[in-house]
Design a protein around this ligand. Sequence first.
Ligand code: ADP
Length: 230
Amino acid sequence: KGVSKKYDNGVLALKDVNIKIDKGEFVFIVGESGAGKSTFIKTLLSFIKPLTGSITFGEGLDRNEIGYLPQQTLVQRDFPASVWEIVLSGCQARCGLRPYYNSAEKALAKRNIVKLGLEQLQERCYRDLSGGQQQRVLLARALCATQKLLILDEPVAGLDPKVTQELYNQIAQLNSEGITIVMVSHDLQAALQQATHILHIGQNVFFGTVQDYKTSALGKSFLVTEGGDR
Ligand code: ADP
């Protein structure tokens, strides 16, 4: 409610964002580069503190029950760990102060490896995988943290159209299984097809259903400039 964020360098990255996400929804966050999408996600995740406003979690959702797939940097793409280690590391929040993974956590990691079709790759080094495989690994990792809410920051960036579609299908499948999805994406076509709601961040902010977005002034102009309405 009323979330704004100003960085130390004076950049006002978010101005009065108001949204409400219900269980099972699929929210796409769109907007131009530098509009504040990642800032909003980091604020949602409590990684950074808003200047004004508040974020309230409803009953049945704890702050540490959110799965997060960050935007990947080049350094992260080069991470020298096995697929198994990376997926398992998604269980870290479940460990608390315990310095090892228990058998339930290992079983959970294994289930998510199977779910994302990564069995054949689990001994491989993450940095040797293709971009699409890496994103599937990170999705399996995020699923170890949650069965409730996944927050994904540009999960298809840099992937070719076929692999992008496969990843979208997998995300849609997770949503149909009841996991709430909040996803930053430049892909307006996908947003219009898959989302239940759109959050458009920029000079002006829109939050509402896909249908309302299509008929809003902001939605109409963005769809024309970004070519999402082909
Ligand atoms: P988007 O995800 O929509 O591309 P960001 O949330 O990354 O946008 O950035 C929003 C604005 O805040 C940009 O002007 C960016 O330069 C600025 N910004 C992002 N992170 C920081 C930071 N850590 N310190 C200062 N300015 C930042």
